[in-house]
Design a protein around this ligand. Structure first.
Ligand code: BG6
Length: 492
């Protein structure tokens, strides 16, 4: 049974409050938490952005956005009325003086309440907004700041943001969000590993042949080309989401489930990643960029057309990597990571492939003994599947067959799966940072990613084109097949 634990009263201030992230994710998530009675009556949401407009207009925009992003059967007029009363709008210039007095006035007299400042803006504003918050006396002991990704575009810019924000907020007030950590199945990875004795004994180089982590999307860059073209798949997805998943697979058991214990263990994994440098980048990475093709039930343009005009770009929309974790547990076990846009299927999964049996004792003709696979499906159709070999029933000689022990979360727990942001936003209010990244983690991830970026530019490694609706460039298939292995592409 789900249990709703109400959180304390808060003021939730979103910078970039009328932007895409706020309207598509943050506000729908807060709406659902309100619907489930998790918010106190006097909790408030303040949207701040540079646009002109008044609260009534913005409330209408939020209403329209919720209608778009919340399934009709989940939307209730009664909850909306309550939710709308929480909303107010402030037009301000984040990095300048205009409008801050209005925010001050709105927050006045509520210094004891929890204050959340959510940075849904470009990262180069994080420092300046923090400074303005400080200079206007808005940072109270019960304040927290949430930093959306991307946190910089390399180590130096990430350090700068951390310095600037850290100058006015204490580390325990800073919540660096990676929404993958709020996904139900990602949290389930911890339960799977540390609440079952079955796997832990096998969770090492003696039993595991290799690990695959795939985060495949069918969408293109859409309207986000401006941001994306300066980023690319390595910065946008690998530096954060995929490395966080890798950490959860590879880390040692934390002593406790508190924020620092968990983050200490993840940090050790990041520090143990074998560097990929200009000397090894060609062998261990593939960059790709989608071309026109068929996806999401129709024909779709290529990346350059999505950017518009006569765009010229070598930004990768796909990346595949082979990497190693230099630790006693994982020495010699390759981790293959891949992520891309406009791929064949929307599917995020972690595949643990176990070593083959020591000896095949079955008669010829019994069939191949495929290695056991543990597949953790993050989305869609969340679940865990264990591939086993069993005997095909009935007469006709002994025939072996791959069979799945299939735990579908939708069937097992007939409940709505909350969006990752719902959980994470409530954790911010509670002050629980376990599912957020600490400064040293973010910087360690950049330290590992940066030599890959440098390697690409130094060796001139360009993007291989791939047709939309496929699994990426053929070089990505070659990357793993060279080692006698294959990507797991079958739907669960
Ligand atoms: C974001 C990336 O962090 O994650 C996007 O910036 C990507 O490019 C998105 O599409 C994927 O998130 P999800 O939850 O849809 O898998």
């Amino acid at each position: 049974m789900q249990k709703i634990i109400p959180v304390a009263c808060f003021d939730f201030v979103v910078f970039g409050g009328t932007g895409d992230l706020s309207l598509r994710k943050l506000l729908p998530s807060l709406y659902f938490r309100d619907r489930d009675q998790q918010l106190t009556a006097d909790s408030r949401i303040i949207l701040a952005s540079r646009g002109e407009g008044d609260t009534a207009e913005i409330v209408k925009r939020v209403h329209d956005a919720l209608q778009t992003h919340i399934p009709a059967e989940e939307f209730s007029a009664e909850v909306w009325e309550r939710f709308a009363r929480r909303l107010s709008y402030v037009s301000l210039e984040a990095a300048e003086e205009r409008g801050w007095d209005r925010l001050q006035a709105l927050l006045a007299g509520r210094a004891d309440e929890i204050r959340v400042f959510y940075m849904a803006t470009a990262p180069d504003l994080f420092g300046r907004i923090s400074r303005n918050l400080h200079d206007h006396g808005l940072i109270t002991p019960a304040s927290r700041i949430v930093l959306e990704k991307p946190l910089g575009r390399d180590l130096a810019s990430a350090q700068l943001v951390n310095e600037q924000v850290g100058a006015v907020f204490a580390e325990q007030q800073i919540f660096r969000i990676d929404h993958y950590l709020g996904k139900e199945t990602v949290q389930n990875l911890m339960a799977l590993r540390f609440a079952n004795s079955l796997f832990e004994r096998l969770w090492n180089r003696d039993a595991i042949d290799h690990v695959q982590i795939t985060v495949a999307e069918t969408i293109g860059v859409g309207q986000r080309g401006g941001y994306y073209d300066h980023s690319g798949a390595l910065r946008d997805m690998v530096q954060n989401h995929l490395l966080q998943l890798l950490c959860l697979v590879a880390m040692e058991s934390p002593t406790h489930l508190d924020a620092d214990d968990v983050r200490d263990e993840k940090l050790k994994v990041l520090r143990a990643l074998k560097p990929i440098t200009h000397e090894t980048v060609g062998l261990n990475s593939v960059r790709g960029q989608y071309r026109a093709g068929a996806s999401e039930g129709g024909s779709v343009p290529g990346y350059l057309d999505d950017l518009g005009g006569n765009a010229v770009s070598d930004t990768e929309t796909f990346v595949a990597l082979k990497l190693e974790v230099n630790s006693w547990r994982w020495a010699g076990v390759p981790f293959y990571l891949r992520t891309g846009k406009r791929l064949q299927e929307k599917a995020s999964e972690i595949v643990i492939q176990f070593r083959p049996v020591a000896l095949d004792i079955f008669p010829e003709g019994a069939g191949r003994i495929d290695p056991n696979l543990l597949i953790v499906r993050l989305q869609p159709d969340e679940g865990i599947k264990l591939m086993l070999v069993s005997k095909d029933p009935g007469p006709g000689g002994l025939r072996l067959r791959n069979t799945a022990l299939n735990l579908s979360f939708a069937e097992a727990f007939k409940t709505r799966f909350p969006d990752a942001y719902e959980r994470l936003l409530m954790d911010v209010v509670r002050g629980n940072a376990t599912l957020f990244m600490r400064r040293d983690e973010v910087e360690a991830a950049w330290s590992w990613v940066e030599p890959i970026l440098e390697g690409w530019s130094r060796t001139g490694q360009t993007c291989k084109p791939y047709t939309s609706g496929t699994w990426g460039p053929s070089a990505a298939i070659a990357l793993i097949e060279r080692d006698g292995r294959t990507w797991h592409d079958e739907p669960m």
